[in-house]
Design a binder for this molecule. Structure first.
Ligand code: LR7
Ligand code: MN
Length: 599
């Protein structure tokens, strides 16, 4: 009940949109860096001034729901705001957050408090602002399918589009509810759209769970705009996002184009810029990001020009509607999730089109750490769909896929005859042509080359965000001593034990009490494992470089609470004595521990 109330509350409070000022980043450097916005997180103090009274307070909620407005030349307060929103203030909020993680795999507590309209940093290269576009661009039907999406997050997706898309270019938004089983979701969205007279959004529901591939076909069949733009249901479009896409399609009907996918952190909702990378794949038929070929970005203009990409991630792209139909829509035999992105990529290239990344168009997407749903009958749909891709499009090269998936030999993949027919009708090139002209950089594995295979599986590890991995940079070193005691935080077991808890012990200057702070605000014990928030006790864990549960803040070196960004909670102990186990506590707890950093 509380969750429902909370959702309703934030629904009713956040509907009045306010003026926007999008702060711009002078991003002329190579974008393969953390954005300025992300940086700011690290050198400010975010402590809640008022540590007292922690009861649920709707007034302060109203404060927080207001979109942040900053004047020209002002600083972007958004990051500070997010930090505040992340605080778990009481048990009700804790249960909203826990339930949200179970159902949606991201922090719905913050999403609820954010409201539908928020400022996000303009992550485009500065040169994008000088680009001009022709007057009569085609208008778009935006197709968004959703299955059990979090209500407020979906509505923020929609509002971001309504706020940042010129009216004449937005023909309609087609929302396809893929037969979600979350109670009330459909009615909530329907009622919201009706009561706010949002007529541009047309809501449909499939008669049964179709999966995202058939749900998109279902949406496309109902669309009337000249261009189709497919988006996921947990995104926020950025300023100026649509014209660069439409313009490129306007130049050539067979250009299929993608925005740069910025990162919305699933734990903090921080919005950060993605570098320019292109899509590739490995022989397990997993999509992966890869660096651009050397020399692609050598002049400043190269940061605004379209960049050819061998594949697409799948979720966010624009295509001429007639071309979408001509080229065979999607493979309607594919189920639920997976594989359709490579299928579309191979098909577009092999059958005469091209696939491009458009750097001046940016859309943020919530990258979850896990997918919170499966397929209704438990089928491995990624494998099933990939088998269809391999057998329709890859000719003899499909053997490489089978070699990596030995058990796939006897797995059924349904009837693919109509797709093979399509390939013939469209007189498509063969896969050899694709590898040779579109993706010559792809290395072919050979059966007896164990070294290469090792490399493939290592690459697979960072298929989502390769740009996160870099060398750790230590900026500070200290022991963490409980205020007014001579007890310090140390590992309960060996310093190398993953998952090990932390306890208080008399301060010694030994390794197992020596914490190293990195420039990403991780706390690394003896330069080995990271301090990670987890419920109810923090643990030591392998550093994952994604911030959130491994990102810690304290005001300064003395007498300060230690706050975790992902958990929205603070580091504490229940008893000030030897062997007391460290816990995650509400930051508003009147008995909250404070710490001295002793170097
Ligand atoms: O049964 C379903 N029915 C649906 O309507 C399952 C999902 N969906 C919806 C869902 O609500 C969401 O809006 O389909 C959309 C995509 O599902 P996600 O968000 O769970 O998928 P993802 O973001 O993990 O996966 C990426 O790969 C998929 C392969 O099938 C799709 O192509 C997704 O669109 C794609 N997302 C992106 O490309 C965004 C960037 C992520 C990366 C890399
Ligand atoms: Mn997604």
């Amino acid at each position: 009940i509380s969750f429902y109330l909370y959702t309703q509350l934030s629904t009713s409070l956040s509907t009045n949109s306010s003026k926007y000022f999008i702060p711009h980043s002078e991003n002329t450097k190579h974008p393969n860096q953390i954005s300025k916005y992300e940086k700011k997180y690290s050198d400010k103090s975010y402590y809640r001034k008022n540590q007292g009274g922690s009861t649920f307070n709707s007034n302060s909620l109203i404060e927080k729901l207001r979109p942040v407005e900053v004047g020209p030349g002002g600083s972007n307060k958004l990051d500070e705001e997010l930090f505040e929103l992340g605080l778990v203030n009481n048990k009700i909020e804790q249960s909203i957050k826990d339930e949200g993680y179970k159902t949606h795999a991201y922090n719905v507590l913050i999403s609820n408090k954010l409201g539908y309209n928020r400022t996000i940093p303009d992550t485009r290269n500065a040169l994008c602002k000088n680009v001009t576009y022709v007057k009569d661009l085609p208008s778009a039907s935006i197709i968004i399918c959703f299955y059990n999406e979090h209500n407020n997050t979906l509505l923020r997706t929609i509002h971001s589009i309504l706020n940042r898309t010129p009216k004449n270019l937005l023909h309609e938004i087609i929302l396809v509810n893929d037969h979600s089983d979350l109670e009330h979701l459909h009615e909530q969205i329907r009622d919201y759209l009706e009561s706010h007279h949002i007529n541009k959004v047309k809501l449909f529901k499939t008669e049964q769970r179709e999966g995202l591939i058939r749900a998109r076909i279902f949406g496309a069949e109902r669309a009337k705009g000249q261009v189709l733009i497919f988006l996921d249901s947990h995104i926020e479009v950025n300023v100026g996002w649509i014209k660069p896409l439409l313009s490129r399609i306007n130049e050539k009907k067979s250009n299929v184009v993608m925005p740069v996918i910025d990162i919305i952190n699933p734990d903090t909702f921080g919005y950060s810029s993605s570098p320019l990378v292109r899509g590739g794949f490995n022989w397990g038929l997993h999509f992966k990001w890869e660096n651009l070929p050397k020399g692609t970005l050598s002049a400043p203009e190269d940061f605004v020009k379209p960049i050819k990409s061998p594949t697409m991630a799948g979720g966010l792209f624009a295509i001429n509607r007639a071309y979408f139909i001509d080229i065979g829509e999607y493979d309607a035999g594919m189920n639920i999730w997976g594989g359709e992105n490579l299928e579309m990529s191979f098909r577009v290239w092999m059958c005469g089109g091209s696939l491009e990344l458009i750097p001046c168009s940016r859309v943020g997407h919530i990258f979850r750490h896990r997918r919170p749903y499966g397929s209704p009958d438990g089928q491995d749909t990624m494998l099933y769909n990939s088998l269809r891709v391999a057998n329709v499009w890859m000719d003899d090269y499909k053997d490489y896929f089978y070699n990596q998936n030995k058990h796939a030999k006897n797995v059924d993949f349904g009837d693919i005859s109509s797709r093979i027919e399509l390939r013939k009708e469209l007189k498509c090139q063969d896969f050899d042509w694709y590898l040779r002209y579109v993706y010559p950089e792809l290395i072919l594995p050979s059966d007896d080359d164990a070294r290469l295979k090792k490399k493939w599986s290592a690459l697979e590890h960072d298929k989502f965000q390769p740009w996160h991995s870099r060398k750790r940079n230590y900026v500070d070193q200290f022991q963490i001593r409980l205020r007014n005691t001579s007890l310090c935080i140390q590992s309960a077991k060996d310093i190398k034990t993953k998952g090990g808890s932390l306890i208080l012990r008399p301060c010694t200057a030994q390794k197992n009490q020596m914490w190293y702070r990195t420039d990403k605000n991780e706390l690394v014990l003896a330069q080995l494992l990271c301090l990670q928030a987890s419920n109810p006790n923090p643990i030591l864990y392998k550093c994952h470089e994604l911030g959130a549960d491994q990102e810690w803040k304290h005001k300064d070196e003395n007498n300060t609470p230690i706050y975790n960004l992902g958990a929205g909670m603070c580091l504490g102990v229940s008893k000030k004595k030897v062997n007391a186990v460290l816990e995650m506590k509400l930051c508003s707890d009147p008995d909250l521990s404070t710490w001295d950093l002793v170097s």
